[in-house]
Write a protein that binds this ligand. Sequence first.
Ligand SMILES: [Zn+2]
Length: 323
Amino acid sequence: MVESSTNAVVAGIDLGGTKTTVVLCRRDGSIAAQATIATPAREGGAAMSAAASGLVKEMESSSGLHALAVGVGAAGVIDQKAGVVTAASASFKDWAGFRLAADLSARVGVGVVIDNDVNAFLRGEMAYGALIGCTDAVGIMLGTGVGGALALNGSVFAGPRGAAGEIGHTPGFGALPCSCGQQGHLETLASGRSIALRYTERSGRAANGAAQVADFARAGDPHALATFDAAGRALGQAIVTTATILDVQDVVVGGGVRGAWDLIEPPLAKMLEHNMPVSGYPLIVHPGSLGGSSAVLGSAAAAWESLAHSPELANTMKVGSSC
Ligand SMILES: [Zn+2]
């Protein structure tokens, strides 16, 4: 086996709205170097790409390692094949339409693959986290919003417009306004921002994010408990629907609200218990195990996959079989 291993690394980049994290990562997922800088989101795509590539080069020179390829998980809707950001939130300047893969590749001098950050999260959990060995899975990020991703037959399935698995914007959960402009989406009950809003509506008491609502719930506040109950049941319903249609058994949940797993999991489990899939195989919902590193490690995994056809590295590649 050509285990050029200990010194062979790729770079994984998690390019978010406020910060950009880079890891130099070995094939086994171990991290040789890691650093984080502020994302210059208001300065445009070229500035974000320059900042990320600058950090990669700095880490290469201080570690003496050279990244063989680069994977990026970025906020926004990403056309993975074209290597282009197709849509982005208003907090980014000149991001939609930016040819990120080509620009970054010219700066770092190796191949670059890009994907959205939720797909990167799922890929990370499958490669190195809670879903090692899984070939089919749903990934859900409960953060400021609710992001979703799908993996089928061992690959992340992005869909023709890069929007497959967008479970946060599925309807049927009441009539509250969603961040996307529509109403009644899962996100209106289960995102971190929504949990704080729903709690304040119920209690008349302000809450500084879902983590604080979780503290209130653990102290016995009935409004906070009811808010998490509604979030967990809605999440369970969306999971049952998605998994039933796709015959997917494994689901991984990450994002900031993952920190309230003790409160989300009981109502979620109850919903799953009462809605067994027709396959007869119970759904398994895994809390993510990589914490804030899932997207950056998933981006590194994508970079390793991009090298899979490289003959001298082929022996170090391993494709997951089944959970
Ligand atoms: Zn929505």
